[in-house]
Write a protein of this length. Structure first.
Length: 348
């Protein structure tokens, strides 16, 4: 008696159309066995085909699928008999009981009810502890295994499938600048604005799943400077800042690459210092601001090993705050940063 969960819908989920073809001969491909192993295909209780595993570890055995209700198809259960020197793939009509297990063999069932048709190639993989099965529409060409040289060069066969989740530490360097800093502090005077400055950043991301995570980071731009004046006065203005951010992240995988976007809040502490010389007199003013503001951005990371990646990202952070000393001056600007760095996956 068949178990009630064996529904035909299972076959639909497992009938993967990884390729197309017009061949009408039914075929069984058995994979990952020692070369020279005999393989026999049994349909219900009758042997319908046999072959020997070649040097690739695979063998393909054709057989004739009988017609059922005028159609060459079958709702089947599939079993694997592991014998001392051979393997048997047993395909059984779902309405029938399987044949007895031959003496000296051990039988394992591949879970599911499979809609076997003449256009299918039945691919049975015996390379793992539990055998698996794919129904391929048409012919099937196994993926080419990596050579020893390719494995040695990359260190691992599938370093990015799937991409890591959990804790990822990172460090980066790049450029950062304030959109309006030069315009505000130069005004109409002749002025030199250094623009973007070197910056560094570090932090950690915790990927709750492979697509969603949270991140904490720190960004430290070098001093941003503008200077200028005329024959009667000169000035030099610098801004030193520290920016901490808390972000929510979302990402999607494209091969070895994770494309990501993030948004959240940043907390800044900034000191703007201006030194002016008018005639023979000089004065120095200093404004300190801090505050919480929004930040957003995105980028991409390329995982060339399971534990190591390079990444690049572009961020936009609002920087706004009032003078901590109670004056009327305010900071109201937008910081843009472009960073490139490395990510290291911590743990398994």
């Amino acid at each position: 008696m068949h178990r009630p969960w064996r529904l035909l819908v299972v076959a639909a989920a497992l009938n993967i159309t990884l390729g197309t073809g017009t061949a009408l001969a039914q075929k069984v491909m058995v994979r990952h066995l020692p070369p020279g192993t005999p393989v026999e295909i049994v349909l219900n209780a009758a042997a319908v085909g046999q072959g020997t595993v070649d040097d690739t570890g695979d063998v393909t055995v054709p057989f004739t699928l009988p017609e059922k209700d005028g159609k060459p198809e079958l709702d089947a259960n599939v079993f694997v008999d592991s014998c001392e020197k051979s393997r048997r793939i047993v395909i059984v009509d779902a309405a029938r009981a399987p044949s007895a297990v031959p003496e000296g063999c051990e039988r394992r069932e591949i879970s599911g009810l499979f809609w076997v048709r003449r256009v299918n190639t039945i691919v049975v993989d015996l390379g793992t502890a539990n055998p698996t099965l794919l129904l391929i529409n048409g012919d099937y060409t196994p993926p080419k295994p990596m050579t020893a040289e390719e494995l040695a060069a990359g260190g691992e066969e599938r370093p990015h499938d799937p991409l890591p989740k959990g804790l990822v530490m990172f460090a980066a360097g790049g450029l950062a600048g304030l959109r309006d800093f030069g315009e505000i502090h130069c005004g109409n005077a002749p002025c030199k604005d250094e623009g973007n400055v070197l910056s560094y950043a570090f932090g950690a991301t915790y990927w709750l799943t492979r697509n969603f995570g949270v991140e904490g980071s720190y960004l430290n731009p070098s001093k941003i400077k503008v200077s200028g004046g005329s024959e009667t006065f000169t000035f030099n203005t610098t801004l030193s800042s520290d920016i901490w951010s808390i972000l929510g992240k979302a990402g999607v995988q494209a091969g070895p690459v994770r494309l990501f976007g993030h948004a959240g809040v940043n907390y800044h502490e900034a000191t703007t210092t201006t030194e002016e010389t008018i005639g023979g007199s000089s004065q120095k003013t200093e404004i300190q601001t801090k505050g919480w503001n929004p930040i957003y951005g995105g980028g991409a990371e390329v995982w060339f090993k399971k534990s190591l990646a390079i990444f690049g990202q572009l961020d936009f952070a609002k920087i706004k705050g009032s003078d901590e000393a109670g004056g009327e001056a305010v900071t109201d600007d937008r910081a843009t940063s472009i960073l490139v760095g490395i990510r290291v996956h911590i743990g398994g």
